[in-house]
Design a protein around this ligand. Sequence first.
Ligand SMILES: Cc1cc2nc3c(=O)[nH]c(=O)nc-3n(C[C@H](O)[C@H](O)[C@H](O)COP(=O)(O)OP(=O)(O)OC[C@H]3O[C@@H](n4cnc5c(N)ncnc54)[C@H](O)[C@@H]3O)c2cc1C
Length: 305
Amino acid sequence: MDDDTKKRIKEIGGEAVLFDVPMSQYTTFKVGGNVEAIYRARNLEELKEMMAFITDGGIPYLILGEGSNLLVRDGGLNGVAIVLDGYFASVEDNNMAEPCILSGAGLLLNKLVNFCTEKGLAGVEFLAGIPGTLGGGLAMNAGTGAQEIKDVIREVTVLTKKGGILERRDSLNLRFKYRELDLSIGEIILSAILNLKRDKPASIRKRVISIIKQRKERFPLDMPSAGSIFKNPEGNHAGRLIDASGLKGRSIGGAMISIKHANFIVNKGNASASDILALMDLAIIKVREMFNIQLSPEIKIVGEE
Ligand SMILES: Cc1cc2nc3c(=O)[nH]c(=O)nc-3n(C[C@H](O)[C@H](O)[C@H](O)COP(=O)(O)OP(=O)(O)OC[C@H]3O[C@@H](n4cnc5c(N)ncnc54)[C@H](O)[C@@H]3O)c2cc1C
């Protein structure tokens, strides 16, 4: 990124722009090289101006949630990482006859769950304990064996890359798949309306606490990771296949296949992205050799080698 580009990005975003920042600070894996610029978008007008500049200039960009499903390679990220903050991280109870909330895509899922619990709005308890933002949750169709985010979505608003137009899409016009939402390249999810049901806050809280307890028992939450590394192959479980390949506890550099859950790779403290990628390759090869099943990553892998 040349100096004139940096200057203009700073003029638009002001204090909300930082340059040359380690992505290890913005990902739950706590690895990754530097990003050229990171911008915390706070309002629509400014975001549109920034998007017009970066798309006209052909500058690459990545929408960054909490970085909880992201592996940034050690060579870092070219261009701008855009975080949705301020207005984009707010939530309101729509107080309509049919209970629903309008939430910004930058809102953290745990704040969303807490907000709904306090308001006596049930339906998103399954998201309790899943790190990330609503935008990242939608882009990944986050969920559990029981439920996915698609099940509670009424409508999503996106900022299209072409012309920076706001587009509202109802659930019939959203193509969710397993851990995926079909978006056109460069589209940014700005907000969503979620359908909920009324219930007593105490009952909702009980369910949330129970879900969080189960997650603590199942997953290695005391070490940095990006959650499930691979998608579950049809009719099977990636974790079981990796475990049966004898890879639980296997380390490369500072990365290790978790002993608690084999579909988690954890950072023992000094892992590089290459260590994690090498372990992923090992798991793919072993599972293919032993079971003739091809694992495919659930996490998004971005950046330069
Ligand atoms: C300990 C742990 C446990 C986890 N458990 C689960 C689980 O049970 N179920 C599950 O589904 N996932 C789980 N995950 C994975 C992760 O939490 C989810 O995928 C989460 O939804 C990612 O949200 P994020 O905001 O961090 O997205 P990021 O990781 O920042 O981004 C993920 C992708 O979404 C895109 N994106 C983010 N925001 C937007 C937006 N506003 N518009 C367009 N694209 C966007 C990014 O560009 C990127 O491609 C877990 C992760 C961890 C670390």
